[in-house]
Each structure stands twice: as C-alpha cells, then as structure tokens.
Design a protein around this ligand. Structure first.
Ligand SMILES: NC(=O)c1ccc[n+]([C@@H]2O[C@H](COP(=O)([O-])OP(=O)(O)OC[C@H]3O[C@@H](n4cnc5c(N)ncnc54)[C@H](OP(=O)(O)O)[C@@H]3O)[C@@H](O)[C@H]2O)c1
Length: 297
C-alpha cells in the first residue's frame, strides 16, 4: 500500500534529482547507516523493516550501508554480519534500492576484501555507489574503485569527506578525477561545503550526497539548539512543519544537492524526515532568513 503524506502537495511523489550526465534520478531523502541496520534492536525487532518500508512507501530508495567490517566513521568496529542485506533481500528490494558502500580500512588488499564483503553482505552486484571513506589512502583505494567501475562491478564511484574547515583536498580531487559522486556534510550549522565544493560539483556535473543534516558538534545536536523553540510561522511558506524538515529543506534547496542521508532509529522520525522530500523548497532569500534565524537561537 502506498503511504502518501497526510498533507496533499501539488507533487504526489517524493522530489527527485538527476544524477548528472545520466538518465537516472534519485529521490532526495535517503537513510543513513544507523545501528539498527547492523544488529536487530531487541526492543522492537520489526523496526528496521518498518523504517525501510516507510522509506519505499514514501518514494525513497537510497540507503547508505553500514561499514560492514573495519571501522566506521566513529572508529567503531563490527565483526558480525549486518542485518541490512538480509532484510532487503527478504523484502525483495534488492534491485529497487540504490545502495551505497564505503571503504573504511587501510591497505590496498584490505580495501578490496572490504569491498567484497560489502557486496556480499549487501547482496547486490553491481553495487550502485562505492566511496572511499573520508579520502582514506586514495592512492590505494581510488585505483581499486576505478578498476571495479571499468569491469562493471559498481555503477558509480566517488569519495566522502565530512567535518572539514576547508575542503581543498576534495576540490583538488574533484578537478583531477571527476568522480561520479561526492558525499559531504552540509547544513546550516556546517555550511562550509557551500563555499566552493558544492558550486564546483554543480559546475562539473558531480552528484552530491549530503550527510550529517542534524549535526551541530555531535550527532543530533541540532535538535538541542532548536529544542523548545517554536518553528517560525513563515516555515509554512515552504511546506515545512517540523525542525527536522527545516534543516533538510535548507540543505535540499542548495541546487548542488542530489540526495540527503538521514539517520534515525525511530519510525516517526524517519517519516518526518521523508516528508521533507515533498512540497515546496525555500528560495534564496528565505534560505538566508533560515540561516540567520538558526544562528539567533
Ligand atoms: N564520511 C562519511 O561517509 C559520513 C560521515 C557522517 C555521516 N555519514 C552518513 O550520513 C548519515 C546521516 O548523518 P549523521 O550520522 O551525522 O546523522 P544525522 O542524520 O545528522 O543525525 C542523527 C541524529 O538525529 C536524530 N534524528 C534524526 N531524525 C530526527 C527527527 N526527525 N527528529 C528528531 N531527531 C532526529 C537521531 O536520533 P533518533 O535515532 O532518536 O531519531 C540521531 O541522534 C549517516 O548515517 C551515514 O550514513 C557519512
């Protein structure tokens, strides 16, 4: 059954953006690599499935797969087999979903083994998008990704880089290698990528996946800043009903953004976030107003 948003917008499906230079589009809100996709949560065994189902019902299809082994972005390691691959196989979504994976380990051979595990655990070949995590050992891993793309083992390749004051290394890499995708952190609290990286991506035709939409120093701290504050009335001018949508609609209204990843372990938060893919987006004047308002809180 299709679960349409409670409010009706002119647009009945989630907004999509093209992957530059292709005929393929991506829905603008995706799911991040949350802990619930690694291990079944004891308190609600059906939760991971319900969240994936809500995403597909509401028109989404992008999931960032957890770092299947080796360290993730927080330096945590997981030795078990993440449940995500089994879930999406069970749900028959293997082909429909756009799955991303990342090399998060050092060493060329270790990187290749990591990709093979990712592919095996995600149960998808070719994978849709593989990234080098935070530009780790690009000399080792980028040639591997290029070889995998040349042989048809992955459809798109690129790198991630988040939490930087400047992104000079990423800019240089984009200019030299023209990856298909980059993944970077971008939000009102961390707007640095909008200075040069996002305009460059737009200019060069590189797709951008946004991460850390709710980060202000630590995960989810955006919500500490807005806690107890009333959403401004003018947010309704761009069909925004919650603080989560306020951040996501700010991010998505940057024309370089292709898709934003949101991480949550709660079904109602997932639906809230997915709703940001519906309705109007703020214009440039409103974006400035949003940013000033956020800074004043
Ligand atoms: N270098 C990289 O490759 C890299 C780096 C960082 C992130 N990423 C990717 O980007 C994804 C998202 O970024 P992130 O990890 O920084 O997380 P995030 O989405 O910015 O923040 C997650 C936090 O926000 C809370 N939250 C989510 N939706 C909410 C809502 N509607 N209302 C209230 N609270 C809400 C979550 O708590 P609840 O669980 O309680 O909802 C959680 O504490 C990651 O999962 C990962 O896939 C990649």
């Amino acid at each position: 059954m299709t679960m349409l948003p409670a409010r009706s917008f002119a647009q009945e499906t989630m907004r999509t953006r093209p992957i530059p230079g292709t005929n393929e589009t991506l829905p603008v809100i995706g799911l991040g690599a949350d802990q619930i996709f690694i291990q079944t949560p004891e308190e609600d065994k059906n939760l991971p499935k319900s969240i994936i189902q809500a995403m597909t019902d509401m028109g989404g299809r992008v999931i960032d797969t957890p770092a299947f082994f080796g360290a993730n972005e927080l330096g945590q390691t997981f030795s078990g087999k993440p449940i995500l691959g089994e879930l999406i196989t069970e749900m028959g979504l293997q082909e429909k979903l756009f799955l991303t994976g990342k090399i998060t380990v050092k060493g060329k051979e270790e990187g290749i083994a990591h990709l093979e595990k990712t592919e095996q655990y995600a149960n998808k070949r070719p994978m849709d998008l593989l990234l080098v995590h935070n530009m780790l050992e690009m000399n080792n891993h980028w040639p591997t990704l290029k070889a995998w793309k040349d042989s048809g083992r992955v459809r798109y390749i690129g790198t991630s880089l988040t939490r930087q004051k400047t992104y000079e290394g990423l800019e240089k890499f984009m200019k030299e290698e023209k990856p298909d995708f980059i993944l970077t952190g971008y939000s009102m609290a961390h707007p640095q990528a909008a200075e040069r990286v996002l305009p460059l991506a737009l200019d060069m035709g590189i797709a951008v996946i946004g991460a850390e939409p709710f980060k202000a120093v630590v995960d989810g701290a955006y919500f500490n800043v807005v806690a107890g504050k009333q959403l401004p009335e003018w947010a309704s001018e761009f069909d925004c009903e919650t603080w989560a949508q306020f951040s996501l609609k700010y991010i998505l209204s940057n024309p370089a953004m292709t898709c934003v990843l949101t991480e949550t372990s709660r079904l109602h938060h997932a639906k809230d976030n997915l709703m940001a893919g519906y309705g109007r987006l703020p214009d440039e004047t409103t974006r400035q107003r949003m940013s000033e308002h956020f800074r004043s809180l």
